[in-house]
Design a protein around this ligand. Structure first.
Ligand code: SAM
Length: 250
């Protein structure tokens, strides 16, 4: 079934409908989930924008890539993909270490955790990875270990719309993929900036939901990266991914 990443978003939807969290509920411990991730992903380093970072991801060599979707035991396996927005963000941080060095950083919607790992590599003083999917938090911790880092704090609370904590920098890789999520993120980011003067960096490959959103005209382009051939093929012909800085007039 999962012959390629093309069509992945649709597959993810099917997986959600069929099996929301049923496997997760049946698991005894985090270590069972860790073992499941280790057994059902492949360590990947090449063919993306950040060969410095090793990640456990879904590839055609993984059992579930070809399996019937209803056999996949979790809900959304977003964490098993290194999304083009996150790739650009992590590439930008690694190429510009001063951006995160010494900063308190939040990677919101961390997925596999690559942007958080990049910030830590660059000397961020404190990095928190946040994702509402508890499996993503475990995958991120595994990926930290894989890259020789102590596990980063991984938070699974939905912080959007709650009182913002004090961060110097918030990273958002490929987080503008749904209109409702984009709207709530936009308002919450304004709160973060107003309350703490937080800087915000967004990585996005030009998705329609992002390009059409009101936040788009309040962004300054920081960098743009051509996507490697393999990533282009896996993402419906997207060709590049951009890092934006959010500069609202509040
Ligand atoms: C498209 S993936 C991007 C993952 C990663 N940033 C990357 O670029 O590779 C979106 C991620 O956001 C997470 N997510 C969705 N809504 C969220 C929310 N309200 N708070 C935190 N994470 C959320 C999903 O679970 C998923 O892991």
């Amino acid at each position: 079934m999962l012959t390629r990443l093309v069509g992945y978003m649709n597959i993810v939807k099917t997986l959600c409908t069929n099996s929301t969290n049923r496997y997760l509920q049946g698991f005894a411990s985090d270590s069972d989930i860790k073992n499941f991730i280790i057994e059902n992903t492949e360590i990947v380093r090449k063919h993306n924008l950040t060969p410095e970072i090793h990640l456990r991801l879904f590839t055609p060599n993984c059992r579930f890539w070809h399996a019937r979707p209803e056999l996949w035991p979790f809900s959304d396996p977003f964490w098993a993909i290194y999304w083009p927005g996150g790739q650009a963000l992590a590439r930008y941080l690694l190429s510009n270490p001063g951006v995160s060095q010494g900063k308190r950083v939040l990677d919101l919607g961390c997925g596999c955790g690559a942007s958080a790992i990049a910030a830590k590599f660059c000397g961020a003083s404190h990095v928190v990875a946040n994702d509402i999917d508890p499996v993503a938090a475990i995958a991120t911790q595994l990926n930290c270990e894989l890259n020789g880092l102590n596990p980063l704090p991984c938070d699974t609370e939905n912080v959007i719309s709650s009182e913002p904590e004090e961060y110097d920098l918030i990273l958002l890789g490929d987080m503008f993929y749904e209109e409702a999520l984009a709207d709530s993120l936009h308002s919450w980011l304004n709160c973060c900036i107003q309350t703490h003067g937080t800087q915000v960096l967004i990585g996005d490959p030009g998705r329609a939901q992002f390009e059409g959103h009101g936040i788009r005209r309040l962004l300054r382009q920081e960098a743009q990266f051509e996507l490697p051939k393999a990533v282009r093929e896996e993402n419906y012909g997207l060709t590049c991914s951009t890092v934006w800085r959010y500069l609202p007039e509040l």
